[in-house]
Design a protein around this ligand. Structure first.
Ligand code: DC
Length: 218
């Protein structure tokens, strides 16, 4: 039977991942955090001290990368890198590494593989536009910048890091700029995606809104 894809796109800090994860649990679908895949490659590039401009080396690395989602943990080549991929160093570099065309092609193929075997909830930047243009359900999350920065700050605190909100705001703006203006699969709303502005919503509301749509109740 054809597998169901729920695509959730939008800038960072709009609540995509938390919503996607809870939604997947409720639906008993597999949750795929596509950003984690780009982050893992970025982490590998940084730890192997590869020049982020060395496309050839990076593509080689992605071709051989073994990526696994195991419960709440994320493994790269057998190593648990769940924490490492959230570091500030990775966050600062991930937008430029993920702009590499050849790298995207390989990761997109991997993302499509999951949906051949499982019903999936996948979040990212290009899931409804490029990875699964035919997805049955597409959502595009937006949120006011101040709220996004405050949420990111709380995420960092939860991971034991205290970072000034102004710094986070600059970082978000920079990433938005790269993600929306890049040539390959820029971040944009698919024509048929439902826009969800999460500025004044709590997670439970977001999850319920999506759940009702997927279950055909709204
Ligand atoms: O969702 P996130 O913040 O973990 O994503 C990290 C970066 O990865 C983001 O700045 C852009 C990139 N990304 C992408 O280019 N395409 C995706 N489908 C997901 C993430």
């Amino acid at each position: 039977m054809e597998k169901v894809v729920v695509a959730i796109d939008g800038p960072s800090g709009t609540g995509k991942s938390t919503t996607a994860k809870l939604l997947a649990e409720k639906l008993d679908y597999m949750y795929i955090d596509s950003g984690a895949m780009y982050r893992a490659i970025t982490y590998d590039v940084l730890s192997k001290k590869i020049n982020p401009a060395d496309t050839k080396k990076i593509v080689e690395l992605v071709k051989n990368a073994r990526i696994e989602f195991r419960g709440d943990d994320f493994f790269l080549n057998g190593k648990n890198v769940t924490k490492e991929i959230r570091s500030i160093e990775v966050t600062n570099k991930v937008s430029s590494v993920s702009a590499i065309k050849e790298l995207r092609k390989i990761l997109v193929d991997k993302q499509r593989e999951y949906a051949k075997k499982f019903n999936v909830v996948m979040d990212g930047r290009d899931i409804g536009t490029v990875v699964f243009p035919e997805a049955k359900f597409k959502f595009f999350f937006t949120c006011d910048l101040n709220t996004r920065a405050a949420r990111r700050r709380q995420d960092f605190i939860d991971h034991g890091m205290k970072i000034p909100v102004e710094k986070i705001m600059l970082e978000l703006k920079k990433r938005d700029e790269i993600d929306t203006k890049r040539k390959e699969s820029p971040l944009r709303k698919a024509k048929d995606a439902i826009e969800v502005d999460t500025t004044n919503m709590i997670i439970e509301e977001q999850v319920n809104l999506l759940l009702r749509r997927v279950q055909g109740l709204d």
